[in-house]
Design a protein around this ligand. Sequence first.
Ligand SMILES: [Zn+2]
Length: 113
Amino acid sequence: MHELRIAESIVQSVLEEMARQNLHSIKTIGLRIGALSGVNIDSLRFGFESIVPETALAHARLQVEEVAVQGECRHCGKNFEVNEFIFVCPHCFSTDMAIKTGQELDLVYIEAE
Ligand SMILES: [Zn+2]
């Protein structure tokens, strides 16, 4: 499962950060996940909860912010939100666009207890 590996890498990053900041217990882990990242958030939560009981993150909660897909049209230069994976500019109907957001898979913050 792809999400389990992602959960493991998040746990690893948080544990390293805890060591760096000399933290002992974490209340919240903030993530930002884009709609195009290919990550299933439910699977990620499940993976996370299956591995944390063995770690210092046993009581940590995942706070996930989902990021919508934003595109910028290379033809007319306007920005717009991409819904349902329809990659067409709603202003001029060009398909020549750049993806601005939606590919995030970021650890944004950790909050100590
Ligand atoms: Zn356009």
